[in-house]
Design a protein around this ligand. Sequence first.
Ligand code: C2E
Ligand code: CA
Ligand code: CA
Length: 702
Amino acid sequence: MTGKIAEALLLDAALESIPYGFCVWSPQFRLVMWNKHYRELYGFSEDAIYKGMSLEDVVHLSHKLGNHPGQSAEIFYENYTSELLSNRAGARSRAQEQVYGGRVVETAHVYTDILGWVVTHEDVTDEIARSESVQKRGLELERQNLRLDAAVNNISIGLCMMDAKGRLVICNEPYARIYHLPADYIRPGTQLEDILGHLFDVGMSAGGTREEYIAWRREVIARGEYGKNIHELKGRVILMQHHPMKDGGWVSTHEDITEQRQNEARIRHLARHDALTDLPNRIEFLEQMALAEAALQRGEMAAVLYIDLDHFKAVNDMLGHAVGDEVIKQAAVRLWGATRETDLLARLGGDEFALLLRPLDNADTAARIADRIIKAMSSPMTIGGQRVEIGASVGIALGPGDGVTTDTLVKNADLALYKAKSEGRSTYHFFEAGMDADLQRRRAIEAGLRLALAQDELRLVFQPMLGLKENRITCVEALLRWDHGDTTISPVEFIPVAEETGLIGAIGQWVLREACRAAATWPSHVRVAVNLSPIQFRQRDLVAQIRAVLVEARFDPTRLELEITENLLLNDNEATLRALHDLRAMGVRISMDDFGTGYSSLSYLRSFPFDKIKIDRSFMRDLTSRADSQAIIKAVIGLGQSLGMSTTAEGVETEAQLAMVREHGCSEVQGYLFSPPLPAAALAGLLHSEAVKAQVANMKAS
Ligand code: C2E
Ligand code: CA
Ligand code: CA
C-alpha cells in the first residue's frame, strides 16, 4: 500500500518536473493525469480540471478560455477525437494548436491500450517566430520525439509495443532495464522472437520450456487475446501482461514484482506462523490437518498430539511475561527436536502446542514420540540465570480409529490431554471412548459444586470403626455426601474437582466444623476421623484454622483424627511436615489412609510418626483368596506394632475377612460387615444402644 502511494508521489514529482505539458487520456476519453505545464499552456486554473473529466468538457472549457480560436468547440472536438482514434493503431501523430494569446502549442500523441493516449504539449510560439526554416522544424520534430519518449519512459513499468507482424514499434527505458536488453534488441523493427530468444539464452524462465512459452505467445497473438505470464530473470520476478490491439499488434507491460512477491510471501508467512516461535499457528495447523483428511478416509494412519506445558501459568505469573515468553521459545525448540522430519508441530496459543504425526505405522510410534516429548520437557530450563521447572502433558488421538475429520481428532486429542493432566501431569494419554461424556459430567460438577455449600447441599455421614480389643466403637469417620438435584454424588467424583478448583479449602473447613459439632454429642471415648486433602496443606494457616474450629466447638483435640494419604508426602515438603508435627503437638492424631495403594508406602511410614495405619480396602478383597495379600497385611500389622502405630482394616465385608485380620492382630476394623456410613442421627442411635448394651453388661458383671 505505502509502496503504491510512494510510487504515485514519485510519478507526480516526475510529471511536474517535465519541462513541457503532459496529459493522459483514457481509452474512454477521460482525463487521467496531467501536469502543471499542461494547465498553464491552456490557462486552466487548478480546480477547473479534474481526474475523470471528459475530453468534451475539457474542450469546451478550453474554448471558453480562448484556445483554438476560429474553430467551434464542437468542430475542434470532432477533429481531435478522430485524430486520436486514427492513431489508436499505435502510430504517433503530431499537431499544432492555436491557443489563447496568439501562441502555438505543438502536441504529440502515442496510444497504448493500458494507458490510453499519452500527449505532450509544447509552446513553440517563439521557435516559430525565430525561424521558419523547414530544416529547423525538422530538428524540432526530432526533439519532440525525444520528449515523447521521455514521457513514456516516466511510467515505471516496462512498455513494449509490437505491430501485427511482431515487430517492435516502441518500448520504454524500464522495459530495456527490466530485461537487461542490449541496444540491438530495442530498435524498432526487432522481432519478438529474437528478443525472446535472447532472454531465454541469458537464463529467463517462464514456467515451461522456451518452445512452450513461444508457442503460447504465438497462440495468444493469433487469437488476439489478453494473456499474462510470470517469469524470472536473474533473481527478479516479472509480471508480463499482453494487451492485444485492433490492428493485430499488441502492447505488453512488464512489471518487476520481486519485492511485492517477497512482501506477500512474508505476509502469508506471518499470517500462518506464530511470531514468538515461528512455528505454524492454529490456522496453518488446521489447514494441514484438513489436507490429511482424505488420506485418513482412505484408511491411512495419523496421530494428533495435543501438548500442554505443566506449571506454565505459575511461571508466567511469578516470574513475569518475559520469562514466560522465553520458556515458550525454549519449549518450542525442545518439542521440535522430538519430532520427525515429516511431522507438523504448531503452536496453538498460550502454552498449547499440537503435533500432527504423519505417516504413522502404529500407535506405539505415537506413544514413543509422546514419551520423547515428555522427557525432553522434564529437564529444567535456565532463563536469565534462573532455574525454571516445566513439564509437558500429552493427549493423543489416532486416526482413523478415533476419527477421520479434523474436528473430531482435534477434539479427542484435547480430551485425552485433559485426562493426562488430571492424572497428575507429565504423562501422556490416548483418547478413549467415553471421555467426552466424562468431561461433560465433570464440567457440570464443577459448576454445581461452586454453589453446593451456599445451597446446603453438602452433608456428612458417619462410619464407625470397631476396636477389636475393646469390642466397641472407638472411632467414627466422617464422610462427605453431596445431594445435587435428585442424585447423591460420590466424593470420589467431586473431591478431585474441589481440589482442582480450590473449593476444597472452604469445603474442608466446613467438614471439620460439622464433624466436631456432631462428635461433641458422642460418648467421650469415641474419636472422630476427618479426611484431609493434600491441597488443604497448601493453606499456610491450616493449623490455625483447625485449632480455631476445635476451640469453637470446645472439642478435645485428642478426640480428633486426621486422615491423610501418602501422596501428601510425595514432595518431601518441609512446611507440610511442620504442620503435621504442630497438629500432633496439639494432641491431634494423624492416620495414614489408603495404605498400600502408593508406590512406597513403607518408606513414608518412616517420614512421620503416624498414630494409625489404615490398610486400604483393596487388600481386603483378595484376602481370603490370595496368599500375598495375607502376607502383606500380616507384615503391615507387625510393622505397625513395632512402630507403635495402631492398624485399621478398611472395607471388611465378610466374617472370614474379620476372622483373618483379627488373627493377625489388627487393632480396628471398618466396613459394611459392621456398619455402612450412617446419617448423623442413626450413628448417634448406634452409639447410644452400644452404650446401653455396655451398661447392661456391666450390670450383669457386677
Ligand atoms: P476413604 O477415606 O478411603 O473412605 C472410605 C470409603 O470406603 C468410603 O467411601 C466408604 O463408604 C467406603 N467403604 C466403607 N466400608 C466399605 C466396605 O466394607 N466395602 C467397600 N467396598 N467400601 C467401603 P466414600 O464415602 O465414597 O468416600 C470415598 C473417598 O472420598 C474417601 O475414601 C475419601 O478419600 C474421600 N472423602 C470422603 N469424604 C471426604 C472429606 O470430607 N474430605 C476429603 N478430603 N475426602 C473425603
Ligand atoms: Ca478415610
Ligand atoms: Ca481409606
